[in-house]
Design a protein around this ligand. Structure first.
Ligand code: DQA
Length: 147
């Protein structure tokens, strides 16, 4: 099984950006951990990060026919990007939305994700371990249809 992990805006700054909220691991360290977790689960893991909504949507479209599942941390796009919601819906792959922080316990505007409804499940507030949980979810689900 091949899984794509997509990181949205500002996640390239992990490790230095509000470590008390997002933790001290850098994006490179998190991606390496994801590859190791993936290998242990029999998954082949690809990673992608962009600060640009359109580039993220293009990358999701490219996953069609090439990947069996997606782990998506949309960053702040989660809170307003209906285009990202529609892209997730359109590719009809199982997509697990992950947030490092507990978005429900922060600012009011952050509590809602407009992307969630198109995702197979959402994992929020578990730090880097949320990515491991997302990979486990996809591995357990196997190559079943998206939703
Ligand atoms: C985040 C939560 C978002 O609200 C925020 O804009 C991020 C990171 C998280 O992983 O907790 O960039 O997606």
């Amino acid at each position: 099984m091949r899984v794509l992990i997509v990181h949205g805006p500002n996640l390239n700054l992990l490790g230095m950006r509000r470590p008390e909220v997002y933790g001290t691991a850098t994006l490179a360290e998190l991606e390496e951990a994801c590859r190791e977790w993936g290998t242990a689960l029999g998954l082949e893991v690809d990673t992608f990060q962009s600060n640009h909504e359109g580039a993220i949507i293009d990358r999701l479209h490219q996953a069609l026919g090439r990947c069996d599942g997606v782990v998506l941390n949309p960053g702040a796009l989660a809170h307003y990007s209906y285009a990202l919601h529609d892209a997730v819906e359109a590719i009809a792959l199982p997509v697990v939305e992950v947030h490092l922080s507990d978005i429900a316990a922060r600012e009011e505007w952050r509590a809602r994700s407009v992307v969630s409804a198109a995702c197979a499940t959402t994992i929020s507030g578990h730090g880097c371990d949320g990515y491991r949980q997302a990979l486990e979810f996809l591995a357990a689900r196997g190559q079943a249809p998206a939703r």
